[in-house]
Design a binder for this molecule. Structure first.
Ligand SMILES: Nc1c(NC[C@H](O)[C@H](O)[C@H](O)CO)[nH]c(=O)[nH]c1=O
Ligand SMILES: CC(=O)[C@@H](O)COP(=O)(O)O
Length: 139
């Protein structure tokens, strides 16, 4: 049984709850255990996963968050840098699923967050588990 850490940027509570539901269901259906920690925003996700990885307690990580375009260039920073940070951690060998939605509006985010629709939380959890399986295969 793998130990999966879900790291959630709690910026849009109602959307996060749906992403979390999907991620937890996917991990449980695969027979693994999970814990969840919360950070303020998507920019904190890579740093939090990096800190958690140093503990050696977890086998895989799922990053959950929602970034919705506003009026300024801030969207590009938050969306791009959070993904870049996760990618850097992946290249260091961590098994990570990226469940950060980056959308134009709330309607796009809602469709993607709902477990009964695009289920991006579940998709990210499955990606993390797939990367863990690959790591074990090449160990
Ligand atoms: N605008 C969004 C943010 N912004 C906050 C940053 O992620 C960060 O917490 C802040 O700059 C302090 O370091 N975060 C989201 O998750 N979603 C957004 O739409
Ligand atoms: C991530 C964003 O773009 C957003 O939340 C910030 O909005 P704004 O650009 O209107 O300050």
């Amino acid at each position: 049984m793998a130990r999966v850490l879900i790291v959630e940027a709690r910026f849009y509570t109602h959307l996060n709850d749906m992403l979390l539901e999907g991620a937890r269901a996917a991990i449980e259906q695969a027979g693994h255990s999970h814990e969840t920690i919360t950070v303020p925003g998507a920019l904190e996700l890579p740093g939090a996963i990096g800190l958690a990885a140093e503990s050696g307690r977890y086998d895989a990580y799922v990053a959950i968050g929602v970034v919705i375009r506003g009026e300024t260039y801030h969207f590009e920073i938050v969306a791009g840098e959070s993904a870049r940070g996760l990618m850097a951690l992946s290249m260091d060998g961590l098994a990570i699923g990226n469940g950060i939605l980056t959308t134009e509006d709330e309607a796009q985010a809602l469709t993607r967050a709902k477990p009964t629709e695009k289920d991006k939380g579940g998709e990210a959890a499955k990606a993390a588990l797939a990367m863990l399986a690959l790591r074990e295969r090449f160990a």
